[in-house]
Design a binder for this molecule. Sequence first.
Ligand SMILES: [Zn+2]
Length: 123
Amino acid sequence: MENCIFCKIIKKEIPAHILYEDDSYISFLDIRPLSPGHALLIPKKHYRWVWDMPEEEIAEIFKIANKIANAQRKAFNVEQIKSKIVGEEIPHAHIWLIPDPELTKGTKEDFQSNASLIIDALK
Ligand SMILES: [Zn+2]
């Protein structure tokens, strides 16, 4: 979709700290993080809301959300990953995965090293 910032990230027209990518989904760090490693997970196909996605794709995106959340837990040594689906800010379906803002150590603007920690934990 034209003028959608997430579609531009998918097309690599806008840079992002990508954590995970396959043919249908991509995860990257939020540029306004609420905690170190705050990630977004989105379908590559433009849906307005997560709840517009077909059932199989919902199942698939939550499997990936689970992988990323567990990688964040390992990367930052925290138990809680807050997960939110809101969607007013950017009109492209997305899931927030936010390592515990109270307990996660590190600097949230240190995107490069926070991304590396999660990518390593995903291996
Ligand atoms: Zn989009």
